[in-house]
Design a protein. Structure first.
Length: 243
C-alpha cells in the first residue's frame, strides 16, 4: 500500500484551536484609557489585548501597532485646502479619531480576526500568514474563548516521537513520484528517482538549486523515507532551452 501523502493526513490528527489556545487572556474594556493600555501591554510583556463589552462580546483588539500608529499620527502635518478637496473626509475623520483618541474604543482595530475552537493548526497558520498577524482570537458565538499565538502554533510542530513504519522501497518510490506530479516545478522528465533501504536518490538534471531543495523536502515528507541523496547536476543550457 502506498504511504499516505502528508497533504492527505486526516485532519483529526491536527491540533485544534481549543487545544492550542491560551485561555487566560488579558482583556480590556472599550473605556480603558490609551495611557493605561500602554502601561498594561508594557508591564505584562504582551503585544495586544482584545476589547470586550460588558456582555463579553469581542469588539476589537488593541495592538502595539495601533498605539504606535496613534503616536506617529500626532505628528501629521496639517492638510492644505487644495489637497483636502481630493481626500475622503470620512477617512480623515476616522484617522483623526485613531490618532487623537483617548480610549480603547477610539484606537482599537475593529472586526478582530478570529477563528472558531474547531479550527485546525494549519488553518490558523494560513490565516496568520495571509493576514500578516502574530496572533488570532478564538471566538464562539461572539464570546472570547482564548488566543492562539505563533508560539502556541509551534507546539503543533512538536508532536510525539514516533517510530517510522517500514515501507517497501517500490512503494516509497511510487509515493515520491506521485508527490512530484502534484508539483508543477518538480519536472520528472530529466530527474529520476531511485529508492534503496528507505533512502531516496535523485539522479539526472534539475533546472535550479531551488528545485533541488524542493525535491529534497518533498521526499522527506513522504512517510517512511529515511534520508535523501541528491546526485543531480545542473541542466545544460541546450537542454534547458528545450524544456
Amino acid at each position: 500500500m502506498v504511504p499516505p501523502d502528508p497533504k492527505e493526513v486526516p485532519m483529526s490528527v491536527m491540533p485544534k484551536a481549543a487545544e492550542l489556545m491560551t485561555r487566560s487572556v488579558i482583556a480590556i474594556s472599550p473605556e480603558m484609557s490609551v495611557d493605561a493600555i500602554a502601561r498594561l501591554l508594557s508591564g505584562r510583556g504582551i503585544s495586544a489585548a482584545p476589547v470586550l463589552d460588558k456582555a463579553g462580546q469581542v469588539l476589537g483588539v488593541v495592538t502595539e501597532a495601533d498605539l504606535i500608529a496613534r503616536l506617529a499620527g500626532l505628528k501629521d502635518a496639517p492638510m492644505g485646502f487644495f489637497r483636502s478637496l481630493f481626500t475622503d473626509p470620512v477617512a480623515r475623520a476616522e484617522r483623526y479619531a485613531r490618532t487623537h483618541g483617548v480610549t480603547a474604543r477610539d484606537v482599537m482595530t475593529e472586526g478582530a480576526i478570529s477563528v472558531g475552537p474547531e479550527a485546525t493548526a494549519d488553518e490558523i497558520a494560513h490565516v496568520m500568514e495571509e493576514k500578516h498577524i502574530r496572533r488570532v482570537l478564538v471566538v464562539e458565538g461572539g464570546r472570547l474563548l482564548g488566543l492562539v499565538s505563533r508560539a502556541d502554533l509551534l507546539r503543533a510542530l512538536v508532536g510525539p516521537v514516533t517510530v517510522p513504519q517500514e515501507v517497501p522501497d517500490a512503494e516509497l518510490r511510487e509515493a515520491v513520484l506521485i508527490a512530484m506530479k502534484r508539483e508543477p516545478w518538480a519536472n520528472g522528465v530529466y530527474t529520476t528517482v531511485q529508492v534503496e533501504d528507505g533512502v531516496v536518490r535523485f539522479e539526472g538534471f534539475t533546472q535550479h538549486d531551488g528545485v533541488r531543495r524542493g525535491l529534497q523536502v518533498l521526499a522527506m515528507n513522504v512517510p517512511g523515507v529515511r534520508a535523501v541523496l541528491d546526485n543531480t547536476q545542473p541542466m545544460p543550457a541546450g537542454m534547458m532551452a528545450a524544456v
